[in-house]
Design a protein around this ligand. Structure first.
Ligand SMILES: *Cc1c(COP(=O)(O)O)cnc(C)c1O
Length: 393
């Protein structure tokens, strides 16, 4: 075995530049469109809207900012409640707190690991009975896999509650041949450094409601009233994307489909090499959906595999391989200890099971096959070593 110190670190998901970004950056410099906004921003918005199949898009400084704007546009304020998937990154829910509203968390189901329609139905019914429906439902598409949009949309429509689709992880994915991000009243994307394409930092708010997106652009530029002097009658934010970064985004969007293919190939290689090991189960892909497989995720049954996910992650870290547990459900976060939570079933909390057994493997589209073999060998060794140990005992 090669000594770990001479091996390079394998990251979970690192930025993958195409080489064409420089062209757009150079153009921005040559025309001195350095300040926020400019032709790259306008073009990037149009290109994302066209790709996603929505009417309008607003480029902003982060995915978090896009969620904040969506909630603002839906009139969320103090004392309101907002429903949100529990199995997700904190950024899905933080903007609820920015607006002084209260999050209510909804569990996952097994087939997509995303929001359980059963859990949502229970929560909406409960809210209706108490006479206080949520102002919005934030549905997350975890690790690239689309949630059960048909069921969730039907429930939101039934109670007339708007949906925000948090597609930060699922750009390039689809549900019944319709692009991820195009389902809710609003959709949001993230171009953070670890996402499938990146602008180093950035986000996008999309909608078929063009007027709402115009208003989002207004709110994102300090809500300046149309007057020659600086006049403001609403709370605004400084949330727009810079023209230089939008240039990076345009070049990245051109290679998105290649990036999806690469990540899907990585998933398939892991699955082929590891799915026959005892206790290993890969994240499913729901029929008639197409996942960008942003991160390869799987569960490890400690009894069958002989190792826990924590031990597996430690073993990988020793070999300079970055793996992570599945997101810690938000209803278990200290920040949200007082928040309400609706599990999938009365005695069945799927997100807690996924958190206990789930692991995300390095999945960057710039990973070499040799890197992936290193990850595979390390996992195989951890599990088969335990098998041998048990047989000897
Ligand atoms: C990355 C991410 C966000 C936030 O995006 P930023 O651009 O980092 O603010 C929101 N939701 C989910 C599910 C994410 O993974």
């Amino acid at each position: 075995m090669i000594h770990p110190t001479v091996q390079k670190t394998i990251f979970l998901s690192s930025p993958h530049m195409s080489g064409k970004e420089q062209h757009y950056i150079q153009e921005a410099f040559e025309t001195n469109w350095i300040a926020p906004l400019g032709p790259n921003v306008d073009a990037f918005e149009k290109e994302i809207a066209a790709f996603t199949g929505v009417n309008e898009a607003a480029a902003v400084s982060s995915g978090t900012a896009a969620i904040h704007l969506a909630l603002s546009l839906l009139g969320v304020g103090k004392g309101d409640t907002v429903f949100c998937s529990t199995l997700t990154f904190i950024a899905s829910a933080n903007p609820i707190l920015y607006l002084g509203a209260e999050p209510v968390f909804i569990d996952s189901e097994r087939e997509t690991w995303n929001m359980s329609p059963q859990g949502l139905a229970t929560a909406l019914n409960d809210a209706a009975q108490k006479g206080k429906l949520p102002k919005a439902v934030i549905v997350v598409n975890l690790y690239g896999q689309s949630a059960k949009m048909e069921e969730l949309t039907a429930l939101c429509d039934q109670y007339e509650v708007p949906m925000i689709e948090d597609a930060a992880e699922s750009l390039g994915s689809s549900y019944k041949r319709k692009q991820s991000g195009s389902f809710g009243r609003f959709g949001i994307f993230s171009f953070n450094g670890n996402k499938i394409i990146t602008t180093s930092g950035g986000g996008m708010l999309v909608s078929n409601d063009a007027a709402a997106i115009h208003k989002a652009r207004f709110l994102a530029t300090q809500a300046r009233d149309p007057a020659p002097h600086y006049q403001h009658s609403k709370i605004g934010y400084n949330y727009r994307m810079s023209n230089v970064l939008a240039g990076i985004g345009r070049a990245q969007l051109k290679v998105l489909e290649e990036r999806v293919e690469a990540r899907r190939a990585i998933f398939e290689r892991y699955e082929q090499a590891l799915s026959t090991l005892p206790g290993i189960q890969f994240m499913p892909e729901l029929e008639d959906t197409y996942s960008n497989r942003w991160l390869t995720a799987m569960t490890v049954d400690e009894q069958e595999a002989g190792v826990s996910v924590r031990e597996l992650i430690e073993g990988l870290a020793f070999e300079k391989i970055e793996a992570r547990p599945v997101w810690k459900p938000l209803h278990l976060q200290p920040l949200f200890k007082d928040a309400k939570y609706f599990p999938h079933g009365e005695k069945e909390s799927i997100s807690e099971q996924l958190f206990a057994n789930g692991i995300c493997l390095p999945s960057g589209s710039n990973m070499e096959e040799l890197d992936q073999s290193r990850v595979i060998h390390c996992i195989k060794n951890s599990i088969t070593a335990k098998e041998v140990e048990r047989k000897i005992i």
